[in-house]
Structure formats: C-alpha cells, structure tokens
Design a protein around this ligand. Structure first.
Ligand code: PMP
Length: 396
C-alpha cells in the first residue's frame, strides 16, 4: 500500500507531536551520501565504535543456548534485579530492594515511557531541560503531557537557575525530568546543583525523573551523584539507568528503573500489558555486566573514551571561532560556534554535504542549543583524526 493511501485514513493526533528532527535529517543525509560511495565520518550517532565486551556476550549466549528463551516476570528476572541492587549499592551508595523497588526495562527510553505512564495524567506539565535529549518532549506529548522546557544557560554553565526553575512550576506541574551526566552539554551535576532541583521538587511536591544513562562514565575530578540519595528525595525519585551507552549495549535494549514501591508496582502492570518483559537472555548478560565490579574490557574502554574525549574536544577548541570544553561526563563534545555567527542546522548540513563530517546541530536539542554542535568523541582514533582534518578545512 502506498503511503498516501495509508495516511488518507488518518493518523493519531499524537504523531504530530513528533515532527522529523534535525538529527534524523542529518542521519538520512549521511546515509544518502554513503550510498553514493562517499566516505562520511559520523560523529552524530550517540554511540561508541566498540562492540559489547565479549564476556557479557558469552554469558548471554550461554543462557540462550541452554534454553533460557522464555518470558520472564514482567518486573524482570530476580537474578537481574539482584545484580542491579548490588550495582546500586557498590557504585551509587543506594540500598534498593530488588523485590519492590527495581524493574527491568528496555533501555532508558522504556524506563522513561513507563515512568511517565505511571505518573502523568493528560494535561499535566513536565519540566525538562533546554537543551535536552531529543526524545523527552515527544514522549511526554504522546501521553498527553505538556513539556515545559526551562533553559540551561551557557552563562550558568548549562545548569538551571533555581528561581527560573521555580517560576516554571504551575498548578499542573507533576514532574521534573532531567539528565546527568547530560546529553548534550556534558555537565555532571554536583550535590549542590542537585539540591536546586530537590528543593524545588520538595517545596512543590513533584516527582523527579532522573535519566542517569551516562552515570558510569564521568571524567577527572567529577563524580556522579544520584538525586534519589539526597534528603527527602527517595520517595519522589524515579532513577533510570542502563547499559546502552556505558557498556556499548545499545542493541540489547536493557536497563532498569529504581523507584518507590507504588511507582514500581504501576510500572510492572504497564509492562505486563505493553511488552510482557525484557528479553530473558539479555537480562542474563546484563546481570553479568552489573553484578560484578566492571571488568578490564569495560575499564579499558572507558579509559580510552576519556582520552578520546580529551583529544577531540582539545582539537575542536583550537578551531577558529570554536570553543569546546572537555565534557565532565558522557562522551559528547558540545562545541560553541556562536562566535562564527553561523546557525547550527545549515552549518551541520554544509559540514556533511561539503566536508563529509556528520555532527548534530545544537538546535535539535532545543532553542538554547542554537549556536552549538554536538560531536560524539568515542569513535576510533583514525576516524577522529580524519574528522578533525576535515573540520579544520571547514572552519578555515
Ligand atoms: N537518555 C539519554 C540522555 C540518551 O542520550 C539516550 C540515548 N541517546 C537515551 C536516554 C536512550 O537510551 P536507551 O537506548 O537505553 O533507551
């Protein structure tokens, strides 16, 4: 059937909440160039070039071969939840009950979906970051919620101003959604930064949905703190974590949510109906990845990422009109090109079509992202060098 025939039947209004993003346009354009045989260096996709460590793959494949191929509890395998609880204790200082406070999710996006479905009524407002992860606002809108972006201003080091945050709260506000380490700016919130959010959340009685997908990769003196560990926050925090980024497991679709028992109960009911469960052998691999101290494959990979982030942001910072700091966490360079006077979308498009380097225009992440480019730094050393050579020409 042709697309025109399908669309003439009408699509749900919620689809209009998700206009094609600039990220997709850049990815499509890159694919088109590749099909034409062009050698495109891709710094746009938010993933490392390494594959999942072999010991994690072996554990999952053994489970699969030995017949662990059936549905699990909607909440996830007890073994997986126990491994997650061990990880939370070891790495985050959290005592989580694997029976009542953890649910297995298909990556962080599924964790976000379940969190919103469990807490948001149509018309409820959710405060989120501008710039912020591209899927937050459409997901909130799909469920009838209203996204309320609050600026992360560069002059405030890409952090919220407490008064501006407080002023965004209305009678309809139900939750604050935020991300640390942050995509795209690379900010890692200190306990003092988190207190800004926790003060407003407690004062206004709001949920906090905390996307911590990059929490295992923070650099230098920076440390990750879970907002749920702050006083008065456990009962209102929904913490989302996963292995997509930090263990290069994006194709596995696995993560978890840690939240108060009533919220987890609601999420389990939703998961039962929406998806049944996260795949069985995936949970076995993920339990291995979380259950023990990170092994040498992971720690070596992270060391390499830190080195590549340093190299890439250092080189970007030398380009004329560009300023780019080392991310505090995560693996993106957030390059400030405001001095060049160029708008991010046409510039990213030109960089791709004329110089064959794909980056994400900052405007894709919100109004405040204009004047910036997001560049994934965890590609191979050769790709980084090639990309930088091309960008030198583009900025010359
Ligand atoms: N949150 C953030 C901040 C992300 O950057 C991403 C991936 N780009 C996701 C969530 C999605 O995570 P997952 O693939 O585990 O669903």
């Amino acid at each position: 059937m042709k697309t025109e025939n399908t669309t003439s039947l009408g699509l749900a209004n919620r689809i209009h909440a998700a206009p094609e993003s600039a990220t997709v346009r850049i990815a499509d354009l890159a694919k088109k160039l590749r099909r034409r045989g062009e050698d495109v260096v891709d710094f746009s996709a938010g993933r490392a070039f390494e594959d999942t460590p072999k010991d994690i793959c072996n554990t999952a494949s053994k489970a699969m071969m030995s017949g662990d191929t059936h549905q699990t509890m909607a909440q996830g395998k007890p073994e997986y939840r126990e491994a997650v609880a061990k990880k939370l204790k070891r790495e985050n200082g959290i005592d989580a009950d694997p029976e009542s406070e953890i649910i297995a999710t298909f990556g962080c996006k599924n964790g976000l979906t379940l969190s919103l479905l469990a807490t948001i009524n149509p018309g409820d407002e959710v405060i989120l970051e501008d710039p912020g992860f591209v899927s937050y606002a459409p997901t909130i809108q799909f469920f009838g919620g209203v996204p309320v972006p609050v600026p992360l201003r560069p002059e405030n080091n890409h952090r919220w101003d407490e008064e501006e945050l407080r002023a965004a709260v209305t009678d309809r506000t139900k939750a604050i959604l935020f991300c640390s380490p942050h995509n795209p700016t690379g900010v890692v919130h200190t306990p003092e930064n988190l207190e800004i959010i926790s003060r407003v959340a407690i004062e206004k009685n709001l949920y906090v949905i905390s996307d911590e997908i990059y929490e295992r990769v923070v650099w230098g003196r920076h440390r990750h703190t879970c907002i749920s560990t702050l006083p008065g926050m456990k009962e209102r925090s929904i913490t989302l974590m996963g292995l997509t980024k930090t263990a290069s497991m994006g194709g596995w679709r696995v993560g978890f949510a840690y939240a108060p028992e009533p919220v987890i109960k609601a999420m389990i009911t939703l998961q039962q109906h929406l998806a049944t469960c996260v795949s069985s052998f995936t949970q076995v691999g993920a339990a291995h990845a979380f259950g023990e101290e990170p092994g040498p494959e992971l720690t070596t990979m992270w060391k390499n990422w830190e080195r590549r982030c340093e190299y890439m942001t250092g080189e970007l910072d030398k380009l004329p009109g560009v300023s780019c700091a080392m991310p505090e966490g995560g693996f993106y360079g957030w390059a400030d090109i405001r001095e060049t006077g160029k708008a991010s979308e046409p510039f990213a498009e030109k960089l791709l079509t004329e110089h064959h380097v794909a980056v994400v225009p900052g405007a894709a992440f919100g109004k405040q992202g204009e004047g910036f480019l997001r560049i994934t730094c965890v590609k191979s050393d050769q790709e980084l060098e090639k990309g930088i050579e091309r960008m030198k020409k583009a900025f010359a």
